[in-house]
Design a protein around this ligand. Structure first.
Ligand code: SAM
Length: 235
């Protein structure tokens, strides 16, 4: 159960209304039952329900366990903003596959341009997708999520490790990648990366990575690359 607050052993934590409803109405838990809490800090907290009501629940934290299921390869996925359900899929499955950070980027061919208000709403929705995927996959560290920014602006920033952009005509293959502890991977949106996007990224030091002889949909390409990168260089 995710709690958006610091947790410490011996203290009592208020559980959010939706999570409490799930524990009580769906799982039929009551006072005295054990629950596991996490707040994204890399630990699981064993706790016991001490109060259950219509509007929420409270749990006493009994102990903390550091989890060791983060990949030794820190992958940042810079996903060209795609349509709603595709972005949700990439965030959900990318979290399961161990992505450390997501950076949604607006590329030349991004179809969904978000104004500030819609971007805020999307971000809140995306954070919810990441938290749910962590709960489901047993991760206690919620991947970092940046606000959507333009590709040129993003490319000009600092990037960790090997800088790769997925490009069906890229010069690199997975087999040729050197050992590394971090990868920043750019994936084009539905319409792909334009020549201008590719040139901007190339000027910022990104190298093209090709996955194979077939063109993959944007959500397939990123997820397939992440699975392959974890298998070759991570965990
Ligand atoms: N017609 C588009 C093009 O020419 O780029 C296809 C775009 S594809 C649907 C979306 C993104 O997935 C691409 O921008 C690229 O980042 C990635 N991608 C798809 N297939 C790939 C492959 N075989 N190798 C590397 N990247 C691929």
């Amino acid at each position: 159960c995710h709690v958006d607050a610091p947790l410490s052993v011996g203290a009592t934590a208020a559980l959010p209304e939706t999570a409490a409803g799930h524990l009580v109405r769906v799982l039929r838990l009551g006072v005295g039952d054990a629950v596991v809490l996490f707040n994204g800090d890399g630990q699981d907290y064993d706790a016991r329900l001490v109060a259950v009501g219509k509007r929420g629940a409270e749990a006493e934290v009994l102990g903390a366990r550091a989890l060791a299921n983060e990949s030794p390869l820190a992958i940042t996925l810079a996903q060209g903003v795609a349509r709603g359900e595709k972005m949700d899929l990439v965030l959900q499955k990318g979290t399961e596959l161990g992505v450390a950070a997501f950076a949604p980027i607006n590329t030349e061919r991004t179809e969904v341009k978000l104004d500030a208000e819609r971007a805020e709403k999307r971000l809140a929705h995306w954070r919810g997708v990441l938290v749910a995927a962590c709960e489901q996959s047993g991760r206690a560290r919620v991947p970092a999520l940046a606000s959507p920014v333009g590709l040129a602006h993003w490319a000009g920033g600092a990037h960790a490790g090997l800088k790769l952009m997925l490009d069906p005509e890229g010069e690199l293959t997975l087999a040729a990648l050197p050992a590394t502890e971090a990868v920043t991977l750019v994936v084009g949106p539905e319409g792909g990366l334009s020549e201008r996007d590719l040139a901007t990224l190339r000027a910022a030091g990104f190298k093209g990575l090709r996955l194979g002889p077939r063109i993959l949909r944007t959500e397939t390409a990123g997820l397939a690359a992440i699975a392959a990168l974890q298998s070759r260089l991570g965990d």
